[in-house]
Ligand binder design. Structure first.
Ligand SMILES: [Zn+2]
Ligand SMILES: [Zn+2]
Length: 74
């Protein structure tokens, strides 16, 4: 049994994710995504895939990156 860091649910088969050397425990992927996935610096969409990282900011797509004035090749 482990308590979800996001919603506090005590779940019998939790998900453990190690990110940047720190271990996190969640009851479902949705909670993990809510807490760990970054948001697009331009439109605030949750970035669940690879996204696009430029100048230390994360963008959901090339469009948002270029809207933010970042030159992106993807
Ligand atoms: Zn949860
Ligand atoms: Zn975006």
């Amino acid at each position: 049994m482990a308590r979800c860091e996001q919603c506090g649910n005590d779940y019998h088969s939790p998900i453990e994710i190690t990110m940047k050397g720190k271990s996190h425990t969640y009851d479902c992927f949705e909670c993990a995504i809510e807490q760990l996935a970054p948001r697009c610096a331009q439109c605030s969409t949750r970035v669940i895939g690879h996204g696009l990282e430029a100048d230390g900011a994360v963008y959901c797509c090339g469009h948002c990156a270029s809207e933010a004035g970042v030159q992106a090749s993807a």
